[in-house]
Design a protein around this ligand. Structure first.
Ligand code: AMP
Ligand code: ZN
Length: 113
């Protein structure tokens, strides 16, 4: 837990967010600045700053499984979707509480910019 971390504050419901799913391991909410018709962030309840700091395979697995479940709920499996983690400056990470982006509902370019 971090007092100043934005996503810890969303996990604690101190800051409002459009939560789409939560369980004992993760909280998922809509990105405030969506880059696709479905753009959901999945975060662990525990504070871990980046993917490089993550040491828990179960925690990382819960992020991925939650994203796949949300993709089914959102109806984007047939069209296809992307699940991505930005780590550090070159990837453009701006919030230092590890999070998985679930993006879908439109054709996604590859490679990303
Ligand atoms: P990243 O660039 O990978 O660190 O992604 C951070 C994401 O958090 C960006 O896509 C932001 O639009 C999103 N974001 C920032 N503040 C909020 C917020 N209060 N609620 C929901 N999403 C947010
Ligand atoms: Zn945090």
């Amino acid at each position: 837990m971090s007092d100043s971390c934005l996503f810890c504050r969303i996990v604690r419901k101190e800051i409002p967010a459009k939560i789409v799913m939560e369980n004992e391991h993760v909280v998922a909410f809509r990105d405030i600045d969506p880059k696709a018709p479905t753009h959901v962030l999945v975060v662990p309840r525990e504070h871990v700053a980046t993917l490089d700091d993550a040491r828990s395979a179960p925690m990382l697995g819960e992020l991925m499984l939650a994203a796949a479940a949300i993709a089914r709920d959102e109806g984007i499996v047939e069209g296809g979707y992307r699940a991505v983690v930005n780590c550090g400056a070159n990837a453009g990470q701006t919030v230092f509480h590890v999070h998985l982006h679930l993006l879908g509902g439109r054709k996604l370019n590859w490679p990303p910019g």
